[in-house]
Ligand binder design. Structure first.
Ligand code: GLN
Length: 281
């Protein structure tokens, strides 16, 4: 017979080697299993855990010990003001990417009927955040993976966002001659194939297609920056996330493809993470 508190203590020890935050991991997994907030665990931690709870919690703790990301185990992650469903088809949304959302919103006036494109939407994090903040805008979210697009669609429903459309496409390929966009956003894969970070932490479990790009991690970024001008309205914006060491290359690509007002932004860790540019008229 184990109490909830004893289960948490055991799991914290179990996760000590594999996680930097063993206690928090255990608490988050337990909250997920029992469907109660941390306050409940603090108040009722001495209660004997039900057999179902013990079984479900131990399974999750074991999976976490193997390195599985918390977000995949609980099936959700908060991003911006949204709670998003996530699974192994999508990159886990990161707080770094909120920089991109913030800067995009600065350039999307409220109450105007803007057209916005999100390339490689994954869970829908960027597209849905922009759509929610700008209900008058029409947002198109593109992904090349049907599994990811399914998750993004579910997230639109879960968050009651209806000004987003979804399209299965490898970058711009299936777009045809749709109308021009006022802003194009992308968090494409940009990690080099031999980057040792891919062997660590959550990245080991996330889809390679969302993480890895050839040519020093720049192949998808360069394709997007080269093609975007064809799909932007006059003075439209392109905003991309990139690796902390790719800012110069990305700025050069923006310059070479007709953008000005090129500006670099840092993420929450103060690393250069996001570049925006405006198409010349
Ligand atoms: N920022 C992620 C990481 O390095 C990578 C995301 C991406 O490739 N778009 O953890």
């Amino acid at each position: 017979m184990l109490t909830y508190k004893a289960l948490l203590d055991d799991a914290s020890k179990l996760l000590y080697e594999s996680s930097d935050t063993p206690r928090i991991d255990a608490e988050v997994l337990m909250q997920h299993v029992i469907g109660q907030p941390l306050a409940w665990l603090i108040a009722y931690g001495d209660t004997i855990a039900t057999a179902d709870h013990v079984k479900a919690f131990c399974q999750l703790a074991d999976a976490r010990k193997e390195g599985n990301p918390i977000a995949y185990l609980t099936g959700s992650r908060d991003f911006w003001s949204l709670t998003l469903k996530v699974n192994e088809h999508v990159l886990i949304p990161r707080p770094d990417t909120e920089t991109l959302v913030e800067e995009a919103l600065q350039r999307l006036p409220k109450d105007s009927e803007l057209a916005v494109l999100d390339l490689g939407t994954g869970s829908g994090a960027i597209a849905l955040s922009l759509a929610k903040e700008r209900p008058q805008a029409r947002v198109l979210a593109i992904d090349s993976e049907a599994g990811a697009l399914g998750v993004a669609r579910e997230n639109a429903d879960l968050n009651n966002i209806d000004n987003v459309e979804f399209l299965l496409s490898n970058w711009f390929d299936a777009l045809g001659d749709r109308q021009a966009f006022n802003l194009i956003a992308a968090n494409p894969p940009y990690v080099e194939p031999d980057d040792p970070h891919l062997q660590r932490g959550d990245l080991r479990f996330e889809p390679d297609s969302a993480l890895i790009a050839n040519g020093h991690g720049l192949s998808d970024l360069s394709r997007i920056i080269e093609t975007a001008p064809q799909y932007l309205s006059v003075q439209g914006f392109l905003i991309v996330e990139h690796g902390y060491n790719q800012a110069q290359d990305v700025a050069a690509l923006f310059h070479a493809n007709g953008f000005d007002e090129i500006t670099l932004f840092t993420d929450i860790n103060d690393l250069p993470r996001c570049t925006i540019g405006r198409l010349h008229d």
